[in-house]
Design a protein around this ligand. Structure first.
Ligand SMILES: C[S@@+](CC[C@H](N)C(=O)[O-])C[C@H]1O[C@@H](n2cnc3c(N)ncnc32)[C@H](O)[C@@H]1O
Length: 394
């Protein structure tokens, strides 16, 4: 349910203080970083956001173990392609509540015990508040677990698989706005005791190059005064740091994403930025700062360019609905129909979860995108190309 923008959102003291110290105005990028990742006041940094059907918003693994169980054969395929005597790692970046990590560890342990016996779970979580919650959930994980950052992994890179499920949509974005014949950076400004958005300095340097590559320059009449959208300056450094953490292996990104032509279509005049709290959605990024999740879609072409620049080779991608069908969702649904009548409520619940994962109006629209460390792991052959990109069995 969409809620209308709040007329004059209250400004928390910590944010007002920080804005004043910065002269009353900061780029949207800094604002988003603070309200999500500030260790004391940010929605993720403080560990305040709750993920799940009864929390602030639901993600696929928060609906139950079905998602991880379907994803597990893909992870196992990749791990099994790595040298037979090597220690292996399953790295999850941005593990949230730790549900996906726990469920995948269980699925690997049950379905591929030999691989699981050589695999450690490595969690990359910059927000201490979230890491604390993950530690609680993963207390009884069947694989050895550790928390570390990409920089530390660069000196002892791993062999394995990195998962980035709904994490890149939490990277802070630049909001940009058309002003006359220029693209300007949007700032968040303190006006008395409320917040506002304002077009500030014209864009320069690499951001302009990016706009040109996306077809947003030269400016023409198709995007009117005030038209605004987003760019992701954090993608290139994130993907490079992530590549440095692996000596050999794969990265799977699962997230909201559009092709550039859809993302930057003239009719999409306000970008993709959305706020979520208590199962409500809002397009007002200034309401109750630090209490709402803020997320922006990824642009597929920008992601691919950033991945290549970081040392990843794109292997292809598809929508979640197609990926899960290729990984056996239809046969799971079929098996549920053979279930015992005395477990009807449970079977119906599992059926509903499976259907939600592929719903084209919801989670089924997510994109799955695979990348390999360039020139290290063997090039995929038809036998070794990602399982999730294969045609589902009839
Ligand atoms: C939407 S939650 C995703 C949770 C989980 N992957 C799931 O599917 O349920 C985003 C997670 O990414 C973390 N995060 C935010 N920025 C990050 C970054 N730069 N690197 C790694 N994790 C990040 C957040 O703290 C949070 O744990």
């Amino acid at each position: 349910m969409q809620t209308p923008p709040s007329a004059s959102p209250p400004v928390p003291w910590w944010l007002a203080q920080r804005l004043r110290a910065a002269g009353g105005s900061v780029p949207f990028l800094d604002y988003m970083d603070w309200v999500l990742h500030d260790p004391d006041h940010g929605a993720y940094g403080s560990g305040r956001l709750a993920i799940g059907p009864r929390g602030d918003f639901a993600t696929a693994p928060s609906l139950g173990p079905e998602f991880a169980q379907l994803l597990a054969p893909q992870v196992a395929q990749w791990l099994a392609l790595l040298p037979a005597d090597a220690p292996l790692a399953l790295v999850e970046t941005g593990p949230g509540e730790g549900q996906l990590a726990q469920q995948l560890a269980e699925a690997l342990h049950d379905g591929w015990p030999q691989l699981a016996g050589r695999t450690e779970l490595v969690l990359v979580e910059p927000n201490a508040g979230m890491a604390q919650r993950q530690r609680q959930r993963l207390g009884a994980c069947p694989l050895p677990v550790r928390w570390i950052d990409f920089d530390s992994l660069a000196s002892a890179p791993l062999r394995g698989v990195v998962l980035a499920h709904e994490v890149l949509d939490a990277l802070a974005i630049e909001r940009i706005e058309r002003r006359g014949e220029l693209w300007c950076r949007q700032h968040v400004v303190l006006r008395g005791d409320s917040l506002g958005l304002e077009a500030a300095e014209p864009l320069t340097g690499s951001l302009l190059d990016q706009l040109e590559a996306l077809g947003l320059l030269p400016l023409d009449g198709s995007r009117p005064e005030g038209w605004c959208t987003e760019l992701h300056p954090g993608l290139v450094p994130w993907l490079a740091a992530c590549a440095g953490a692996l000596s050999e292996g794969w990265l799977l990104v699962i997230d909201y994403a559009h092709e550039a032509r859809r993302y930057y279509a003239p009719q999409r005049s306000g970008g993709t930025l959305m706020a979520y709290r208590c199962q409500r959605a809002s397009d007002d990024p200034l309401r109750e700062p630090g209490l709402w999740d803020l997320t922006a879609h990824l642009c597929l072409e920008s992601l691919e360019a950033a991945a290549r620049a970081g040392g990843w080779q794109p292997l292809g991608g598809c929508r979640q609905g197609e990926a899960l069908l290729a990984l056996g969702l239809a046969s799971r649904l079929h098996a549920l129909q053979q279930g015992q009548a005395d477990r009807l409520a449970e079977l119906l619940q599992r059926r509903e979860t499976l259907l939600r994962l592929v719903d084209p109006a919801g989670l089924g629209e997510f994109r799955w995108l695979a990348f390999r460390r360039d020139g290290v792991a063997p090039m995929p052959t038809p036998e070794t190309s990602p399982l999730f990109l294969s045609v589902p069995a009839p």
